[in-house]
Design a binder for this molecule. Structure first.
Ligand code: 3HC
Length: 690
């Protein structure tokens, strides 16, 4: 048969092969192909069993997400799965790569599942703002129990093959040839001749479920949903597995799926899914460009940022030398890394063995010359241009030819840093976000002479680290921090006009940000931006005054807020509020009551105004790249799809008018819409480089 699905015979077994690159998504032709092959296999008396396999790098990665906005086309995945489950001939699925979403729901409807040792399964639909809509919320609990399924479905976590075996989601791990192993497994099942047990009929793990414990876990898991609807809906549907007949629960699952799929949150989350992948494409990069091999890395500077970056290398399985000037500095850096890993081990995110393995990949050093063996060096020292230029000249002398020299600067001119070397083609910015081992954004700053293979290496490295890489151009603050500065100007201004840090933060956390601008500055360290301001010859009356008192945020237990010993929870600080009033008085600013909507708009709209300039200048290649930057670097609520998509949803004209009004009211020219936003509001098209 032609098309993405074919069937061949291996004796009495029909082997269905799906071959639909790149990830064998269950598009209409794939579903139709499986249905035709199954019908043939069922009609043929000489077929005793069926094996479902995939060619290429992975078993099915799920429903074809690009079809979600199109009219549904039969056969639906649920029908295909129901046919398989009702088959009187046993069906085994042979899993490799990642069997995700519908790509796991399909095997859940098979009678048996075998997997390669490196395979993983999972139901990550929640990350797309939906729930598993082809029986996953009903069949997975039947195989692994209600609470275990709840935990995996609400978080969307992947389940490695060994764990899936232990839980009961997979029947056997096959070492060596997967298809041969699957056929052997099926033959022995045929020989045993036990009656088939369709998953839908297996109620032993759901009928006696402890619903009180389930509800408690559900409350805990959905507590941090930040306004997203999908997690709670996932939990509701999983619960139905214990309380409703299978077919009714399946129907309810479908209803919820369709409601969520058609809602704005899921559309926004799907936008981010594709935006993340689009951001990894560089338009002028010749096809087939290869990255340079990276087998050894070095990080300069063992502070919180340098240590976090070293952890990213270790997490990706790459050896890294962490270099600082003194034993004391490097020792403190390693202690912090160990404490971070310990926290992950205690919470179960990594095992003790993994923690030990990762720590062993990090070699502390006080010898600068150790950079000589590195394929890539990332500098993470203070934000000081003179220092960075000196360091890059030294790196140029000490590093091997072809080594990539990267700066983790968050604002400075990467071209100027590259010019301090004789190899500007090998220099770029790799801007990690704090905490570097947690935040997914990686801004790759393309300098004037950075070559394509260096950029490709950086993108590949970012992916290996599990990051969301976005390539940006050189300018003060690149994409993320440049927009943050636009917000920062309003933080200052609003505080002087009478808002408190608590009010400011509430306006953004109520929108869905995990923290507001003041708590975020306290977390990052107020001294960092203070140094940046001084470097750029800028001042910020309130922030400078707080820093002058030695209050740098969480690290000194005081900043915009106070922090109790050992706590990261911001507490309003009357002394800071009084300090702000005093500064306002000296500037003759009369305090007034400011509505939450005004605070929100004055924090967010100037960022969109700045983003329009960023696009018009070509610092970001696409509007959706800016969405990726803000969702993965700054916790922009993913359910709105990032600032650019949010702007489109709200209407750019409305944003333009609000900014006009605020700039008139406050006589603050930084609030006035720029030419790029004006053009966007007029033409309806986001700006792009002329
Ligand atoms: N549908 C459509 N396209 C998909 C897709 C899917 N489910 N999964 C991946 N793709 C596309 C990507 O957009 C990308 O396209 P591009 O090359 O044009 O940019 C290409 O496949 C390769 O994807 P990646 O770059 O992500 O490849 P990786 O090897 O890094 O990762 C993966 C592979 C882990 C499978 C990852 O692609 C992934 O997580 N995919 C999504 C998995 C998922 O969310 N599945 C659930 C779908 S919803 C569902 O099943 C509903 C059901 O319950 C009814």
């Amino acid at each position: 048969m032609t098309g993405p699905v074919s069937m061949r015979r291996d004796g009495e077994i029909a082997v269905i092969e799906i071959d639909s690159p790149p990830v064998n998504a269950l598009s209409h032709p794939v579903r139709a192909g499986i249905a035709v092959c199954m019908a043939e296999a069922l009609a043929d008396d000489s077929v005793k069993g069926v094996a479902l396999t995939c060619l290429g790098r992975t078993f099915c990665a799920g429903a074809d997400i690009t079809e979600f906005d199109k009219p549904p086309m039969a056969p639906m995945l649920t029908e295909v799965i129901n046919t398989i489950e009702a088959s009187p001939k046993p069906v085994v699925a042979a899993l490799h790569g990642t069997a995700l979403g519908g790509g796991f729901e399909l095997p859940l409807g098979c009678h048996f599942r075998v997997a390669a040792p490196s395979a993983a399964v999972g139901l990550p639909e929640v990350k797309l703002g939906i729930l598993p809509g082809a029986g996953g919320t009903q069949r997975l609990p039947r195989l692994i129990g209600l609470e275990a399924a709840l935990q995996r479905i609400v978080t969307g976590a992947q389940i490695p093959a060994q764990e899936a075996l232990a839980l009961g989601a997979v029947d056997e791990i096959i070492e060596g040839d997967l298809t041969a192993g699957a056929l052997a497994f099926l033959r022995s099942a045929l020989a045993e001749n036990h009656p088939l047990r369709p998953t839908r009929d297996r109620n032993d793990k759901t009928s006696n479920a402890n619903l009180a414990a389930f509800d408690a876990l559900s409350t805990k898991l959905t507590a941090k949903s930040r306004g997203l609807k999908a997690p709670a809906m996932c939990a509701e549907s999983v619960r139905n597995a214990a309380t409703m007949p299978f077919d009714d629960a399946l129907q309810r699952e479908r209803q919820i799926f369709e409601t969520l799929r058609d809602g704005d949150q899921s559309k926004a989350q799907r936008h981010i899914f594709f935006a993340e992948r689009a951001a990894q494409k560089i338009e002028d990069m010749p096809r087939g460009t290869k990255g340079r091999p990276i087998t050894q890395a070095a990080v300069l500077g063992a502070g919180a940022m340098g240590g976090g970056i070293a952890m990213c290398f270790a997490d990706a399985g790459l050896p890294v030398t962490l270099i600082d000037q003194s034993e004391e500095a490097v020792g403190a850096g390693v202690d912090l890394i160990r404490a971070n890993y310990q926290r992950s081990a205690t919470s179960g995110r990594v095992s003790e063995a993994e923690m030990a393995q990762r720590l062993a990949l990090i070699t502390p050093s006080t010898t600068f010359a150790d950079v000589a063996t590195a394929d890539i060096v990332i500098e993470a020292v203070f934000e000081d241009m003179a220092l960075k230029k000196r360091l890059f000249a030294d790196l140029d002398a000490a590093c091997k030819p072809g080594a990539i020299l990267a700066t983790n600067t968050s604002t400075l001119d990467v071209d100027a840093i590259a010019a301090a070397t004789q190899r500007p083609q090998d220099v770029l910015g790799l801007h990690f976000f704090s905490p570097a081992n947690v935040m997914r954004l990686l801004e790759i700053v393309r300098a004037q002479h950075t070559t394509h293979d260096v950029l490709k290496t950086a993108i590949d490295l970012g992916r290996k680290m599990g990051k969301a890489p976005v390539t940006v151009g050189v300018c003060h603050g690149f994409v993320g921090n440049r927009m943050l500065h636009a917000r920062g100007r309003q933080v200052e201004q609003l505080l002087l006009e009478g808002a408190t840090p608590t009010h400011l933060d509430a306006a953004l956390t109520n929108f869905g940000f995990p923290m507001g601008p003041c708590a975020m500055s306290d977390l990052a360290g107020l001294d960092v931006s203070w140094r940046v301001r001084r470097e750029a010859g800028l001042t910020a009356a309130v922030a400078d005054a707080i820093c002058e008192r030695g209050w740098f945020g969480q690290k000194t237990s005081r900043g915009y807020f106070r922090y109790e010993q050992g706590s990261r929870r911001p507490v309003a600080d009357p002394e800071v509020e009084a300090l702000i009033s005093t500064i306002a008085q000296t500037q003759n600013a009369a305090p007034r009551a400011i509505s939450e909507r005004e605070v929100f708009e004055r924090l967010v709209f100037p960022m969109i105004n700045e983003a329009a300039d960023i696009l018009a200048e070509g610092v970001a290649a696409r509007a959706s790249d800016i969405d990726v930057v803000w969702v993965f670097g700054y916790g922009w609520p993913i359910g709105t799809g990032g600032p650019m998509r949010y702007a489109e949803t709200l209407g750019v004209k409305a944003i333009f008018s609000s900014l006009m009004r605020y700039s008139d009211q406050t006589e603050d020219p930084s609030l006035a819409p720029g030419s790029a936003l004006t053009q966007w509001a007029t033409s309806g098209e986001p700006p792009s480089v002329a």
